[in-house]
Design a binder for this molecule. Structure first.
Ligand code: RUB
Length: 354
């Protein structure tokens, strides 16, 4: 069984769990460290993009390693993987992407001790993951676009490449509609969404997050992305998503989630909860102002959980499923395994058991 050198459960908020690191940072190429920093600082963000970037970083680790033995190469790639896993805890696409590559590297290492072969396997796996990921987003766009109708008024939250793919594809095939984009406090990712949609010529209205219920009577469909999908069909996405889904349900508006299958969390099959990232309070209130309010506690969870009852369908690259079908995607990916085996797979990936 391949070992990553870090357990999924050791991954907590950025900066925490440092003592768990089992690797020497000197083994990690500067380019990989930069990608890890950019993910942590949200210069690279959005669950799909951060998975692709992390996988790209592993490819760089393969290319840059000066290891002379396959064992040393594996250690170098693991060091990069651990650094990347330490960045942001919620998007399950990140560990799933890393494990996709690690599994193939480990397999190659078991097959052949030839360092060049192992390096190649890592590079190929990374290229494969990135290509599959891009294709998945296109496919989600094509599938989801069929559910958009002329005259619809859509509402989207945050900045999801999968949700945007649905909206853009629908527009490209000639459907005409209007989009409400929430600004998405505290980091205002909604402005990115508005910019991307406006560039396509799609009419957009920006609203503050708190206005979602106020406008819900005008909305026909809510389309959002996901950082993680649990075995029970619950969706973890940008904070505020669950309130929007709740308001949508109240108004009989459908909520669609666009999510690639590498955002489905195998760990949730064995009862683990998806960790919710707690970000710096600076994003909510500046240090100076906070100092003027002694005793004030500030909390800044970056994601929330929308229960399956509030989700009408999940658009994946394999097709549309109800949230209750999430378990089928996970089972298909993981095969039929006993609870004991499942427990064993805590540090493994979807790819490792496919
Ligand atoms: C981004 C966010 C997005 C999902 C899906 O949060 O919540 O809705 O990650 O995005 P953050 P995509 O800005 O904190 O990373 O569909 O692009 O994977």
């Amino acid at each position: 069984m391949p070992e990553l050198g870090i357990r999924q459960t050791d991954r907590e908020s950025p900066g925490r769990g440092q003592e768990e690191k089992t690797v020497s940072a000197t083994k990690i190429p500067v380019e990989v460290k930069r990608i890890a920093d950019d993910i942590r600082d949200m210069k690279i963000r959005g669950a799909g993009e951060l998975a692709r970037s992390a996988v790209r970083a592993l490819m760089i680790a393969c290319q840059k390693s000066s290891a002379k033995t396959s064992q040393d190469l594996l250690a170098d790639i693991r060091a990069a993987a651990v650094a990347l896993l330490e960045t942001r805890p919620t998007a399950v696409s990140l560990p799933n992407g890393i494990r996709y590559v690690m599994h193939r590297v480990s397999q190659a290492e078991q097959r052949t001790q030839e360092v060049g072969q192992v390096r190649l396997a890592g590079i190929k796996a990374a290229e494969e993951f990135i290509a599959n990921s891009n294709t998945a987003i296109e496919r989600i766009g094509e599938i989801g676009a069929r559910r958009i109708q002329d005259g619809d008024i859509l509402l989207t939250h945050c900045n999801s490449s999968a949700a945007i793919s649905v909206i853009k594809t629908a527009w490209k095939i000639g459907k005409r509609f209007h989009v409400y984009a929430t600004e998405t406090r505290p980091r205002f990712q909604g402005r990115l969404t508005a910019g991307i949609l406006l560039k396509e010529g799609i009419p957009v209205t920006m609203i503050i997050d708190d206005a979602a219920r106020h406008f819900m009577r005008e909305i026909d469909k809510v389309v959002v992305g996901a950082d993680a999908v649990s075995a029970n069909g619950a969706v973890v996405n940008k904070i505020g998503t669950s309130m929007i889904a709740l308001a949508a349900k109240e108004s009989d508006v459908n909520t669609f989630v666009a999510a690639e299958t590498y955002k489905f969390s195998p760990e949730t099959m064995i009862g683990e909860a998806v960790p919710i990232e707690q970000r710096s309070t600076d994003e909510v209130i500046g240090k100076a102002e906070l100092e003027g309010l002694p005793g004030l506690e500030v909390k800044n969870p970056s994601f929330d959980v929308t229960a399956p009852e509030y989700i009408d369908l999940i658009i994946t690259e394999r097709g549309i499923i109800p949230p209750q079908g999430a378990i089928l995607i996970l089972q298909e990916l993981m095969g039929t395994i006993t609870p004991e085996e499942l427990d064993e797979y805590k540090t493994l990936t979807l790819a490792e058991v496919d």
